[in-house]
Ligand binder design. Structure first.
Ligand code: SF4
Length: 454
């Protein structure tokens, strides 16, 4: 019997949401394949459909509810998982059950066991599992040359604008040996860039008191610094990159920066700061809000002059005065952050920030967001211009008619800019997806670079 046997039950999958939700989807798909289920590419070819939802902002809730509605209409047998699964409306009722009472089962995020139980109930397991046909790195939804590595689930903080802890629970760090094994399997399968994700990467291991695990016979602490060091060494053996996301500016992050100097850990730090004014940060209940972020950024740049700093900010948080907002603009001018996203504050149902006094009118929130982005456009333009004439390493993501589109160490997939690469002059030399090339930068705008392969 082959895996293409018509007897194999088929599951359709719709994956929405952030990289953390994507990793949940990958785990479910891996388990389905391990148990002998097949995936279906269309609703009518599926015996059942799983929808992995996002519940963070209102637009994401609507997108998820629409996706469930479509799956119900097109197929009829639908299991829902993901962040929206744990969300209640103002009267305390489960949102999904209320809008779509016909769904077969609903779970929260990171609920592999519960999802599989629901699948087994509504679409019994095939008799012969095909465990040998499962690649050791599992099923990946990203292109073959990069992958997300989730090192922990949940979060111990309680930022007042965020409901993630109520949906995903407190921090649970994955054992370090398990994380390293997954990284090794991914590199062996051809991954050239590993993106480390979590809700709070700096907190890795706090929940297990930095327990010592073992990797390749050597002790290794469940701690961010040790993990990043070990991942960097492993990546070097495969000529690959490691990129760190969601890092809070705690003092121990300083120990990670030297690992970025010329090693496989790329000089890139995604630090969601959200604001600069101490009073706003206090109202936001941000982790590391007492840290002097400007000094920290200066120290990081002194240790690693090539570091790219990415961050996100919120404009118009409840109670934000014009002075507090101006403080943020002054901070941004001084910090010269390389990659920046700014959102106008938008209340999330169930967040404690909704109870804060002095909400900022919507048009002021939007206007402040635009002012941040206008300032950042100038900063980004200057920082990108400074790259003209330098040679940078680029990982090719796609090929188009004029060459390749890739990313440098300064660009994470999906959220940052890209590098348009002209192929080298050698005859018959074509760029390939997943290949690293060195390229000389010829021009730049505020987001992207244009370069010629050397
Ligand atoms: S650190 Fe704050 S914003 Fe991030 S997941 Fe935890 S509570 Fe939410």
């Amino acid at each position: 019997m082959s895996i293409d046997s018509p007897a194999a039950p088929k599951v359709g999958f719709v994956s929405l949401g952030c990289p953390k939700a994507l990793v949940d989807s990958e785990q479910i798909l891996t388990q389905l394949r391990a148990e002998g289920y097949e995936t279906a590419k269309s609703y009518d070819g599926a015996d059942l459909v799983i929808v992995n939802t996002c519940g963070f902002i209102d637009a994401a809730v609507q997108e998820s509810l629409d996706a469930i509605g479509e799956a119900l209409h097109e197929n009829g047998k639908v299991i829902v998982t993901g962040c929206l699964g744990n969300k209640k409306d103002a009267s305390g009722d489960d949102i999904i059950q209320k809008v779509h009472p016909k769904v077969l089962a609903v779970t929260g995020p990171h609920a592999l066991g519960e999802v599989m139980d629901a699948v087994h109930t509504h679409l019994p397991k095939p008799h012969e599992p095909f465990i040998d046909l499962l690649p050791p790195q599992g099923i990946k939804l990203t292109p073959k040359h990069y992958a997300y590595l989730k090192i922990s689930e949940g979060c111990n903080h309680r930022c007042s604008f965020c409901i993630i802890p109520s949906m995903r629970g407190d921090l649970v760090s994955r054992p370090i040996a398990e994380v390293m094994l997954e990284a090794e399997n991914l590199f062996k399968a051809g991954v050239k860039e590993l993106l480390v994700i979590s809700q709070d990467t700096s907190a890795y291991g706090v929940d297990v008191k930095f327990r010592t695990g073992f990797w390749n016979g050597k002790p290794l602490k469940t701690h961010m610094t040790q993990l990043v060091g070990a991942l960097g060494e492993l990546a070097a053996q495969y000529g690959a990159w490691v990129r760190l996301h969601y890092v809070y500016p705690y003092p121990h992050v300083d120990d990670v920066i030297p690992l970025m100097n010329g090693g496989s850990v790329v000089p890139y730090l995604d630090v969601p700061l959200q604001h600069a004014h101490p009073d706003v940060l206090k109202r936001m209940k941000r982790p590391a809000s007492g840290e002097k972020n400007i000094e920290r950024i200066r120290a990081w740049r002194a240790m690693c002059p090539d570091i790219t700093i990415r961050s996100t900010f919120i404009a118009g948080f409840p109670g934000e005065t014009e002075e507090e907002f101006q403080y943020l603009l002054d901070f941004l001018q001084e910090a010269q952050i390389d990659r920046l996203g700014c959102f106008a504050y938008s209340p999330v149902e169930g967040a404690t920030a909704n109870a804060l006094a002095n909400s900022v009118p919507e048009e002021v929130r939007e206007e402040r967001r635009a002012r941040v982005m206008q300032l950042q456009e100038e900063i980004s333009k200057q920082r990108m211009q400074a790259k003209i004439g330098t040679t940078i390493r680029v990982l090719i993501d796609e090929i188009d008619r004029s060459g390749g589109i890739g990313r440098s160490v300064s660009d994470a997939p999906e959220i940052d800019g890209v590098v348009y690469v002209k192929p080298p002059f050698e005859p018959h030399r074509k760029l390939k997806v997943g290949e690293f090339v060195d390229a000389k930068v010829s021009s730049a705008d505020a987001h992207d670079l244009w370069a010629a392969a050397e």
